[in-house]
Design a protein around this ligand. Structure first.
Ligand code: HEC
Length: 318
């Protein structure tokens, strides 16, 4: 037990450093669903030199105007290690409206839907119609600006050179983000982690570390940010646009925004109490209820050396 705690303390100490320094300059890996519900994880494209993102908004003429040139770049550089996508930073949950717009555009370029808007904000997206060149290995933006000036940057990156003009002003409509104060650990963050994460992330739970104190979650906060940005946690990641599921473990956009804003601020603590240290859990060996409706006993099995076992009838009722 002692050793485990020492190990945890060491991990906490190591992770505290990136928590404070990493957020500003490096966007990090991220994953988003496109307008058709397909999942795009940026690190899957790490065999590419870059991902070109055109900022799309349904009512933006600037985006529509930039699209033909962007599509022409795709035709030219698609096979050379550049992946072309659009990103919708509006956070409107208007998947069907964006699908309809994509049909009007009639290009074969997915539109990533940033419903929680955390990715767009982290990428520093400022205007519809601008193009970003994002490196899926360093997770940094190497160019932002007009589609016209982006070709030079693409050529420089493909030639292994530094981008000579990394930022070009554009004139599309401004995308603004609500300024939020750093969320309170006690009032905002601890309840989110308790409700969405700690059932697994607790002493004796199935997850690899326990969210049972501020020190613990502060130490893990860069990783907590990453798993939210990449949609790895909570597990399941049911597409919230389709139907209603029981126990879907969906975390709301606002909760994601709050946890990321708190992690980016260095995961600070306010107040004198620590709600995560006060969580209590059922001691029942059954996680869903005190007594299951039915318990099946599986008799011990002999597995032949071949490893191949015929299908068996099993299980009597308890
Ligand atoms: C249903 C159980 C469950 C829930 C709920 C859950 N986790 Fe996890 N978590 C896991 C498991 C299991 C792993 C280990 C995954 C692995 O090793 O691949 C893990 C791993 C992690 C890691 C380590 C990084 C990694 O990829 O291994 C972080 C950070 C994390 N979870 C954060 C969270 C956050 C934040 C929440 C809530 C928003 C959450 N988890 C909710 C089960 C859960």
């Amino acid at each position: 037990m002692k050793n485990v705690n020492l190990l945890k303390a060491a991990i906490v100490a190591l992770l505290l450093i990136p928590a404070i320094s990493s957020a500003a300059d490096r966007v990090g890996d991220f994953s988003l669903l496109d307008q058709d519900g397909y999942h795009h994880s940026m690190s899957w494209y790490d065999d590419h030199k870059m991902i070109a993102l055109l900022v799309q908004a349904n009512d933006s003429q600037a985006a529509a105007d930039a699209l033909p040139a962007f599509d022409a770049l795709k035709a030219k550089y698609d096979g050379q290690g550049v992946e072309f996508m659009m990103i919708n930073p509006m956070g409107k949950h208007n998947r069907s409206a964006v699908q309809a717009k994509a049909a009007v555009y009639a290009v074969d370029i997915p539109i990533l839907m940033d419903d929680a808007r955390v990715i767009s904000e982290a990428l520093g997206i400022e205007r519809a119609g601008e193009v970003l060149l994002y490196n899926p290995r360093s997770f940094m933006v190497e160019y932002r600006g007009s589609v016209a000036a982006s070709e030079k940057a693409i050529q420089e990156i493909l030639a292994g050179e530094d981008v000579s003009v990394a930022s070009v002003a554009t004139s599309g409509p401004v995308i603004s983000y609500a300024a939020t104060a750093v969320p309170s650990y006690i009032a905002d963050i601890a309840p989110i982690l308790a409700d969405n994460c700690a059932t697994c992330h607790r002493e004796g739970g199935i997850a690899p570390f326990a969210m049972d104190s501020h020190t613990m979650v502060q130490g893990w906060s860069p990783m907590i940010r990453e798993v939210l940005m990449t949609k790895r946690m909570p597990p399941g990641q049911i597409d919230g646009h389709i139907g209603e599921f029981i126990n879907d473990r969906l975390i709301t956009d606002e909760e994601v925004r709050n946890v990321i804003a708190w992690a980016d601020a260095g995961a600070p603590k306010d107040g004198d109490t620590d709600p995560l240290t006060e969580l209590t859990w059922s001691t029942s060996k059954w996680s869903l209820s005190d007594k299951p409706d039915l318990v099946l006993k599986v008799p011990s099995q002999q597995v032949p050396a071949t490893g191949v076992l015929a299908v068996q009838r099993c299980c009597g009722e308890d």
